[in-house]
Design a protein around this ligand. Structure first.
Ligand SMILES: *[C@@H]1O[C@H](CO)[C@@H](O)[C@H](O)[C@H]1NC(C)=O
Ligand SMILES: *[C@@H]1O[C@H](CO)[C@@H](O)[C@H](O)[C@H]1NC(C)=O
Length: 177
């Protein structure tokens, strides 16, 4: 009898603890943001470089299965590279489809702007890299984006092939606490 009383007490306390942590989190809020990723994939100031899967002559290609790129692209508020900096898109891309059509995106958006400084978002997914619009997941975040989940679309809105420079419009819709 005594032990079942204790069990009841433990259950009540456990329930209280759970309710308490729920109260601390509050209600999830939805946030949508649009930023621009400035990508330089060639030359001494490249912000995206191939790190494996490069052929012996130093040649590489986005569509070559197994190629892994490391990136540290600037993120800006506007399309123009000289517009207000927001942060950096840091991580890796792996050409993960045998036919080169998909790249696996694994990047953190590391914010440095006034609004989100110190917060990050984790973005991951199979990106159909040659489609006009690519959609991948927002799997988590830190700081203001704790427990974030949602999705991100990427659309190349400017491309200068000769300079290997492109601007990618990134829309993120997510729930977070
Ligand atoms: C690379 O960056 C340096 C320093 O900002 C700059 O002086 C140089 O012109 C840049 N080179 C190219 C090819 O953009
Ligand atoms: C991204 O957001 C911008 C600004 O709201 C909008 O013009 C654009 O159509 C959106 N892109 C996609 C792929 O949804």
């Amino acid at each position: 009898m005594a032990s079942s009383k204790y069990l009841c007490l433990i259950l009540v306390l456990a329930t209280l603890a759970l309710t308490d942590s729920k109260l601390q989190l509050g209600e999830p809020q939805e946030t949508s943001i649009t930023y621009y990723i400035q990508d330089y994939s060639y030359g001494p100031n490249a912000t995206l470089i191939p790190i494996t899967g490069v052929s012996s002559d130093g040649d590489w290609a986005f569509h070559r299965f197994g190629t892994i790129f490391c990136t540290d692209d600037p993120i800006t508020e506007g399309l123009d590279a000289s517009s207000t900096p927001v942060g950096r898109a840091q991580g890796i891309y792996v050409t993960s489809a045998l036919d080169g059509s998909n790249t696996h995106v694994l990047i953190s958006l590391v914010f440095t702007n006034e609004e989100y400084k110190g917060s990050t978002l984790e973005i991951q997914g199979a990106s159909p890299q040659f489609e006009r619009v690519r959609e991948v997941s927002v799997v988590s975040g830190t700081g203001k984006f704790r427990f974030a989940r949602g999705y991100a679309t990427f659309e190349t809105v400017y491309l200068d092939m000769a300079a290997a420079y492109s601007v990618i419009e990134c829309n993120i819709t997510m729930l977070h606490y």
